[in-house]
Design a protein around this ligand. Sequence first.
Ligand SMILES: [Zn+2]
Length: 126
Amino acid sequence: MTTPQRAIAAAATVLHAEATEKGRAWGIQGIHAAVRGAIEEDGRQLGQVVIAGFAAIADEGAKTPAAIRWESRYSTAVVAGRAVRIGPTCAVCGRAERGCRHAAAISGDPHVFSPVEPRRLPEVTQ
Ligand SMILES: [Zn+2]
């Protein structure tokens, strides 16, 4: 399933508004490129990218919109253009352990990483 260009543009507009509100001098073109790259090259889902974008904007260590694609903001790793789940995710915030700790350090919400193993798909029987 591909993400429509207008949905990518809408996400970029939302993130640009947030960045401007927070005093970030990030241009809409740079944000759009990062959002599109995260979706079309990294295989991220639109909702994940918007959440990662808000985290990037709040992260003082993030100097450019490229930070929207930082792997630590996602609970999945990128393998050859596809996102695959890496290990257990946090029951509180839904991130992998590294992302959970990173987000907690930024947001000041230091909840304890509470691992949940990825759900297994039920086996198909004939
Ligand atoms: Zn967490």
